[in-house]
Design a protein around this ligand. Sequence first.
Ligand code: SF4
Length: 236
Amino acid sequence: MLVECFAAFMQITEIYKSLQGESTYAGLPCVFVRLTGCNLRCSWCDSEYTFQGGHKMSIEEVCHEVAHLSPQRALVEITGGEPMLQEREVVPLMCRLLDEGYRVLLETSGERPLEQVPAAVIKIVDVKCPDSGEGYTFRLENLETLIPHDEIKFVLSGRADYEFAREFADRHRLRERVNAVLFSPAFRKDAAGARDSSHCLLDPQLLAQWMIEDDVPARLGLQLHKFIWDPAVKGV
Ligand code: SF4
């Protein structure tokens, strides 16, 4: 009898431990599993090194590495690239990590279907705004997959993005659907050296002013890791 053995291998760029930087979990120690490949090309993307390369790893190998980095079985973020491009492998990986007791975050653009993501996974969905060059790529059907522990993020480069985010959040009643709606200034992708807001494409102070004036039901988010480490450093 022919016995078929399916081992789920995925293409991984890196697995590392740092602080979570871009959600209500910001500041917590977190293991990042960064999958290779993305179907979008955001103008300010700081993860272009994930578009190609990487190496194949089985679920077993990924879990082993995660356990090595987080013996306390704390927080794990599945990110990319776009992790849901490897849905067939990444969904079983998330199930396995949940079974092992981790709290699991999934960072995704929401362009791929999210129906198969386990309910216990906290989705952090980065809805692309027009100035990213990938505006309107969010798959609207994914709104129905959102549950109260999920979070929606908008990375903003200027006033047009802000207006887009505000209108989108309002039209789709995001604040009623998710734990947090985050407005975050985009960083220049060539940012290096100084660990301050001078690299932001939209001044956080100006964004704060708009949000206060409009009484926006959203939270201002800053990419924490860009203020702790040199913005050019990867794997932090
Ligand atoms: S979706 Fe993420 S990884 Fe892909 S291009 Fe945009 S910022 Fe980069």
